[in-house]
Every structure is written in C-alpha cells, then in structure tokens.
Design a protein around this ligand. Structure first.
Ligand SMILES: NC(=O)C1=CN([C@@H]2O[C@H](COP(=O)(O)OP(=O)(O)OC[C@H]3O[C@@H](n4cnc5c(N)ncnc54)[C@H](O)[C@@H]3O)[C@@H](O)[C@H]2O)C=CC1
Ligand SMILES: O=C(O)C1=NCCCC1
Length: 344
C-alpha cells in the first residue's frame, strides 16, 4: 500500500501509548497512571462560583432524558449488614461534555448502631474514550459541596426572595457546607441550628464566623423560618408540617433509604414536592414512598422551564444526590488541577 493510502486509512498513525504492549492492538489503551487529588486539594480547587452554574446545567440536561446527552442509572446499592451500612455505586456518562465518571460511596446508619462517619466516598474520573482512570479524588469534599450547592439552587428557584430566617437541622459536614453556600448566596437576617445534642449545636456555632442561634428543639428552630435545611442522620421524622410556616422552602437532604424519614406525612402532603430524580426518589426516598406524596417536578424541569416554580407555596426539595453532580464537579476539579500543574 502507498504511504498516502496508508495515512488515509489511519494505518500509519502512531499507536497509543500502551498499557499492554504484548496484547493485541485493540487492547492497547492510552494511559498515564491516575493522579490522586485528595481532600485539601479538592477544597482548594472547587469553588461555588464555578460549581453552581455547572450543576444547574447538569440538572437541566438530566431532566431532558436525552440519552445521547446524559446516561445516569439509579444508584446501585448493596447492603453492608455487618457494619450497618450501604455501598452506593454512582456512574454517569455525559457524551457531549466528554465526561465519564463514577462515585463509590459507603454510608452508614447511626441509629442501627454504626459509629462510622455518615459517608465515605471516592470519585473516579475516566477518559471517556479510552476508559482508563484519569483521576482518583476524595469524594467527601465533592459530596459535601455539590449537595449543598444543589440545595442552594433549589432555594434560588423555590424560596421566597424576601426570606429572612434560615434553619438548619443537623450540625455535621453537610450542615457546614449548607451554611457556607446559603450564607454566601442569600442575605438571611437570622440563622438557627438544631442538633439532637446540645454540644453539637454549640460546636457548630463556634465553628462558623457568622452569628448563629443554637436551638434546643426542632420546633424552636423552624417556627417562622423561611428556609429549612434537613441534614440529619435520623431514620424517623424530625420535621413536622405543623411547625412549618406556609410558603417556606425545605431542602431535605438526609433519609436516603426507602424506609428512612426526616419529614412527616403532613409536610410531604401539604407541600409541592420537587426532587433531583423521579426514578431515584421513587426507589430511595422514604419521605416520598412512605408518605405517598405526589412528586410535582424535578429541579431540572424548573431549570428547563417545563414545570413552574411554586414560590408562593410551601415547597420541599427532596435531594438524594445524583451521579451527574459528582461528574461535573470532578471534571471541574480535574480541569483546575491540570491548569495549576501545566507549568511545572
Ligand atoms: N442528598 C444527598 O445528596 C446526600 C445526603 N447525605 C445525607 O445527609 C445526612 C447528613 O450527612 P453528614 O452531614 O455528612 O453527616 P454527619 O454525621 O456529619 O452529620 C449528621 C448530623 O445528624 C445528627 N444526627 C445524628 N443522629 C441523629 C438522630 N438520630 N436524630 C437527629 N439528628 C441526628 C448529628 O448530630 C449530626 O449533626 C446523612 O443522612 C447523609 O446520608 C449525605 C451526602 C449526600
Ligand atoms: O449522593 C450521595 O453522594 C449520597 N446520597 C445519599 C447518602 C449517601 C451519599
């Protein structure tokens, strides 16, 4: 074959750097070893300002259900009976964005006896063509920030603009990330927190720079609040509809198993319920499944303009967490990492 013909047929191209030089050509893949980007570095590289618009775009794309754009199955979960926990596998593929990613997250039931942290997560970002792992990242920093950012997007869309009082139930990692992004984006006159232990609320109050009211009961924290964030590890309802101000917005983040609850039936039935993923909510949310409440829309439907934002009514955003949120976050971290390391 003439050289020109060989070039045109792609036969003269340099083969990709091979992981398996002895194997047949089709098993040869372009590969550098994955970079490891751990907690401190993820925190330095991930900022809400850049993250929020990417998440909003991803939620909108997901709700269009265009499999040429996004593939994200409902999380596969296996039970870790002995350790009162679960392993969740969260893959996603965003073809047009060239993102192939999966998160592995273990999460544990404290009420069943676990003394382990709520979550233990790792994110793998893959080359979307060759399939090799490009980066292994700490998943907890990503999970904390992306979850809080999505709740903040729900508040931007569904909370009344004149909102003055924010109540946070729970004082752990998610409480802190939610506090950070909510106070960065909105101008609340008062922030209240409640923990099931008095020390928890005091510790939280001392760990943040702004003023916080530590409340001794859920009722005290949420009465009159315009926005309520539930970030607890409880498996029975703690937030009751009778205490919630009509027109308030609730971002419900805990209770991610079909038999776990944070919110009672009254609230679930009185509120207009939004979710991140309908399929996810019907498979995993005890608050949705057990209350029998109707899911009105996905957040992405509101972003796409295909469903309205009922700001005047009491609204619940039931968050379960989605793989595309991790995927766009990981891509952002990796792109930042590459530009930081390109001169060295
Ligand atoms: N929707 C989503 O995308 C995500 C949801 N989560 C869920 O969010 C929740 C909070 O996670 P983290 O802040 O990381 O956990 P954490 O362990 O750091 O904090 C949990 C908070 O819940 C409180 N708590 C524990 N047991 C309680 C009980 N029986 N009653 C009331 N409060 C109780 C603790 O005092 C603490 O303030 C967990 O349920 C977790 O599974 C976590 C990551 C993502
Ligand atoms: O989306 C996530 O990440 C998680 N969701 C539910 C609880 C564990 C982590």
């Amino acid at each position: 074959m003439e050289k020109e013909q060989a070039d045109a047929a792609g036969e003269d191209e340099e083969p990709p750097v091979s992981r398996n030089l002895s194997g047949p050509p089709e098993t040869q893949v372009m590969t550098d070893p994955p970079v490891v980007i751990w907690e401190d570095e993820v925190r330095q590289l991930l900022h809400y300002q850049a993250l929020l618009p990417r998440l909003e775009e991803a939620l909108g794309k997901f709700s269009r259900r265009d499999s040429a754009e996004v593939i994200q199955p409902v999380r596969t979960t296996i039970t870790l009976q002995k350790h009162h926990g679960f392993l969740g596998l969260m893959p996603s593929y965003m073809e047009n964005d060239g993102i192939l990613c999966t998160k592995l997250v273990c999460f544990y039931n404290r009420e069943a006896g676990s003394t382990l942290p709520a979550t233990q997560a790792t994110v793998l970002l893959l080359d979307s063509e060759y399939g090799n792992v490009k980066a292994v990242m700490d998943g907890d920093a990503i999970t904390n920030m992306r979850t809080a950012a999505v709740s903040a997007i729900s508040a931007k869309l569904l909370m009344r603009p004149e909102a003055e009082v924010l109540a946070i139930l729970g004082t752990g990692n998610q409480a802190l990330s939610h506090y950070n992004v909510f106070t960065e984006l909105f101008s609340f006159k008062e922030v209240r927190v409640w923990s099931h232990t008095r020390e928890g609320a005091e510790r939280f109050r001392n760990s943040v720079s702004g003023p916080v009211t530590a409340c001794v009961s859920v009722e005290e924290a949420v009465r009159g609040a315009d926005a309520i964030v539930t970030v607890t590890r409880c498996t029975e309802p703690v937030l009751f509809g009778q205490w919630v101000k009509p027109g308030a917005h609730v971002a419900a983040v805990g209770a991610c198993r079909p038999n776990w609850r944070e919110l009672d039936d009254v609230l679930m039935k009185e509120a207009v319920v939004y979710v991140d993923s309908r399929e996810g909510a019907m498979a995993e949310s005890g608050d949705v499944i057990r209350s029998g409440a109707e899911v009105f829309a996905e957040l992405g439907d509101v972003i796409n303009g295909t469903k309205p934002a009922h700001r005047g009514k009491t609204t619940v955003f039931k968050s379960l967490g989605m793989a595309v949120e991790d995927a766009v976050s990981a891509k952002l971290v990796f792109d930042q990492w590459k530009s930081r390391n390109s001169h060295t």
